[in-house]
Ligand binder design. Structure first.
Ligand code: NAD
Ligand code: DAU
Length: 353
């Protein structure tokens, strides 16, 4: 049994699908079901019983303690977070609470649970912390990509809260010997991505004839990785990572935002031509920039490739084709996150919790 926090969200949900496609080992999902958490993402596994949903907050230590005692996981994979940079700019409080206080609370309960294990179980246990490349700050056009030794320089409340959580994880390994692993990944995209983030927002706005809001000059660069590739990296780091180490995960797909948006527009022009004969690019609208907007991120994945043997399977071209097709086909999931209809499902299934 493994325990996965935040697995009703985008990457955690994809991880559940990926893991259960390859392993018999069941998953306990610890998720608060915030606006970003949707059990419909993993419904088939909840119905089959291979994943069990425990709705709760990582800040709630009694709840976490009870869950660990009841399920006795051999590993805890920590995805749960407030994840959207724009939201952190408008309201940083939840980010500090979940990403820093929540990670601290989780670490404390895991340390206590792990400390009481026998020697063999203790040696086999892992705490894997899922983090971001944003902790490293912003690169200039010609700077080398982020490596694991790049100094932390977080620029947004979100990235500062993730940096704080990374430091706590590091300290729990260094001080208490907790068997930790940390991954710092670049921008993910793919199925079940909440439509506040660039790629799903652009696909859905385009289809609805709405403006496609590009921040600033549209020349900020992100390194895009298909979410399944990230999930596989995490699976392999869990298995082969050296304790206390951090691993950068990236797709070597540095793309300017405007090029991401025009690529999506062209895919949609081909798959779903507009009735009025105009192109989706005509909907692109430059809007005021994000405050403190990081210019460029890029990941040097040499360490994970050399030590773990991981490489991404998808190019940006193949990954974006799959993603656009997924959003065209999965209108029920999209409607459920937009209307909040999945909350009815939660109320029916978890009313007594
Ligand atoms: P998401 O916002 O889609 O999902 C987050 C999940 O965490 C949701 O299911 C939510 O309900 C849950 N959650 C939030 N607060 C909680 C709390 N207090 N207790 C329990 N559950 C809580 O996020 P995501 O994009 O899937 O990101 C997952 C992790 O990966 C995060 O730690 C994020 O920092 C990291 N990450 C994301 C990206 C990316 O491109 N999305 C890239 C690198 C790293
Ligand atoms: O780098 C990893 C990070 O990637 C993760 O840690 C975060 O959780 C994840 O949300 C993502 O952060 P970004 O801020 O890079 O992602 P977002 O999709 O919000 O924005 C991507 C780029 O697109 C960024 O430069 C801002 C720009 N953007 C975004 C939106 C939502 C726009 O131009 N217009 C938009 O409407």
């Amino acid at each position: 049994m493994i325990l996965v926090t935040g697995a009703a969200g985008f990457i955690g949900g994809n991880f559940v699908h990926h893991w259960l496609g390859l392993h018999d080992e069941a998953i306990v999902v610890l998720d608060k079901l915030t606006y970003a958490g949707n059990p419909a993402t993993i419904a088939e596994h909840l119905q089959s019983g291979r994943a069990i949903l425990a709705q709760g907050d990582i800040c709630d230590r009694e709840f976490v303690k009870g869950l660990l005692a009841r399920h006795r996981p051999r590993a805890v994979l920590h995805f749960a977070a407030e994840s959207h940079v724009d939201r952190s700019i408008h309201g940083p409080g939840e980010f500090i609470q979940t990403n820093m206080v929540g990670t601290f609370s989780l670490l404390e309960e895991v340390r206590s649970y792990w400390g009481a294990m026998d020697a063999d179980a203790k040696a086999a246990f892992r705490f894997l912390h899922v983090s971001t490349d944003e902790v490293y700050g912003s690169l200039g056009d010609t700077d080398p990509a982020f490596s694991e030794t790049t100094a932390y320089q977080p620029n947004s409340p979100y990235s500062a809260s993730k940096a704080g959580s990374d430091h706590l994880v590091r300290a729990y390994h260094h001080t208490y010997g907790l068997p930790t692993l940390t991954t710092n990944c670049s921008n993910n995209y793919g199925p079940y991505h909440f439509p506040e983030k660039l790629i799903p927002l652009m696909i859905l706005n385009a289809l609805e004839g709405k403006p496609l809001p590009v921040y600033g000059d549209g020349l900020n660069v992100r390194d895009w990785l298909y979410v399944r590739d990230h999930c596989e990296a995490i699976r392999q780091v869990l298995d082969k990572g050296r304790l206390g180490e951090t691993y950068n995960v990236g797709g070597k797909n540095e793309i300017r935002n405007i090029d991401v948006v025009t690529t999506i527009c062209r895919k949609l022009d081909a798959l779903r031509p507009k009735a009025d004969g105009t192109t989706y690019e005509s909907q692109i609208t430059y809007v005021v920039d994000r405050p403190g907007h990081d210019r460029r991120y890029a990941i040097d994945p040499t360490k994970i490739e050399a030590e773990i043997g991981w490489k991404p399977a998808e190019s940006f071209e193949s990954g974006i084709n799959k993603t656009v097709a997924w959003y065209l086909e999965n209108t029920a999931w999209i409607d459920s996150v937009r209307t909040g209809a999945y909350r009815d499902w939660v109320d029916q299934n978890y009313a007594t919790r």
